[in-house]
Design a protein around this ligand. Structure first.
Ligand SMILES: CC(=O)N[C@@H](Cc1ccc2ccccc2c1)C(=O)O
Ligand SMILES: [Mg+2]
Length: 372
């Protein structure tokens, strides 16, 4: 493939409802969208970073800067050196000298991969080895001001057909909301996500969640406390799932070997891209570790790629691949809709969806073009 240039663009999309987690409240999603222009096709990627470095150390303006200042020039050099051998599989090696910035790296690799697959007429699903035409979907529900608001949101989510409910928790909002949901809705598939808000000294409190037979407890402790998660796993019955800690296949192998988790939330952006995400899927499948596809409030661009990834055989649990309307009144692409609790896997070339130009323009706040 021959890349001719990369466009970076920042869009701002209002969320249908504020999304509150233990690390903050998001009301407008500021997304860095990357377009890779190649001879014969253009590809799309999006960066999972948000405006502030609260979920991860990355943030939108920083991701745009690291792309423009280091990653796109490195891609230009790689293409000059490799010529016809250049392709999406060369992006991660070209960017490897630069440390971290995985969300930004993922956006660029995804855009190049999408362009490449569109020129080849191959879908993400076929490229990854998808085995399903649709994937079971869960939903992630934020912290609410009142218990009634939470119960109403759970009720609406179940009525919409979501097959799994995930509640955000934090110290002071954990046992009570879980008990209220269990009391009202019985033995639904229910899990919680702490986004690293607890400490090892909270073990006895977290052990009280065992009474509610949750599917999993996601990232209770800080991302770098693998030993703390391993100790906690020995003290509670609820399976531990890692998100923020699971930054690469090596990190996942270490966490699993330490007994820090028994389930992994795979987020392609968090691990540097879909190629690394597939490696983690393969590693977990080989070790009987169930995985599910996490979410970062993606627009239809990232949602299309996530749904394709979630169709791999090892994705045996409903993920956070919710419908577009969960987050956006108007998505950048044709909206992803929930049908009987599932979302159809796009089957067109590349992502199988493309941003709708007038909608993309409507939400665009800045853009830049970089010849390659
Ligand atoms: C669906 C879900 O719960 N996602 C993340 C948390 C999260 C929430 C909000 C975000 C907003 C902008 C960027 C990243 C974000 C990540 C999680 O599983 O921990
Ligand atoms: Mg999480």
């Amino acid at each position: 493939m021959k890349l001719t240039g990369i466009e970076t663009r920042i869009v701002e999309m209002p969320l249908v409802t504020p999304f509150r987690t233990s690390f903050g409240t998001e009301t407008v999603r500021q997304v860095l969208v990357v377009r890779a222009v190649a001879e014969g096709a253009e590809g799309w990627g999006e960066c999972g970073a948000s405006e502030s470095p609260l979920y991860s150390s990355e943030y939108t303006a920083g991701a745009q800067d690291v792309l423009e200042r280091f990653f796109i020039p490195a891609l230009r050099t790689a293409q000059q050196e490799l010529g016809d051998d250049f392709g999406a599989h060369r992006v991660a090696p070209a960017l490897a000298p630069f440390k971290q910035h995985r969300l930004a790296k993922s956006a660029l690799e995804t855009a190049v991969l999408d362009a490449q697959l569109r020129t080849q007429g191959v879908s993400f699903a076929d490229y990854f080895g998808a085995v399903r035409d649709s994937v079971p979907c869960g939903v992630s529900l934020g912290i609410t001001d009142t218990m009634d608001q939470l119960l109403n949101t759970v009720e609406a989510s179940l009525a919409a057909g979501y097959l799994r409910i995930k509640l955000k928790i934090e110290p002071g909002w954990d046992l009570e909301p879980v008990r209220a949901v269990r009391d009202r809705f019985g033995d639904i598939d229910l899990q919680v996500d702490a986004n690293a808000a607890y400490r090892r000294s909270d073990a006895r409190l977290l052990a009280r969640l065992d009474a509610f037979e949750l599917t999993l407890l996601e990232q209770p402790l800080p991302a770098d406390d693998l030993l703390g998660h391993a100790a906690l796993a020995r003290e509670i019955a609820t399976p531990i799932c890692l998100d923020e800690s699971a930054t690469s296949s090596r990190a996942v192998a270490t966490a699993v070997e330490l007994g820090a988790c028994s389930i992994i939330n795979i987020k392609p952006g968090r691990v540097g891209g879909y190629l690394e995400a597939r490696r983690i899927h393969d590693l977990c499948s080989a070790n009987d570790i169930p995985v599910w596809c996490g979410g970062m409030l993606e627009t239809g661009i990232g949602r299309a790629a996530n749904v394709a990834l979630a169709a791999l055989p090892g994705f045996t649990m409903p993920g956070d691949t919710s419908a577009s309307e969960r987050y956006y009144q108007t998505d950048l692409t044709e909206p992803f809709r929930l049908v009987d609790g599932r979302i159809a896997v796009p089957h067109g070339p590349g992502l199988g969806v493309t941003p709708i130009p007038e909608i993309l323009e409507r939400f665009t706040v800045s853009r830049a073009w970089h010849p390659v």
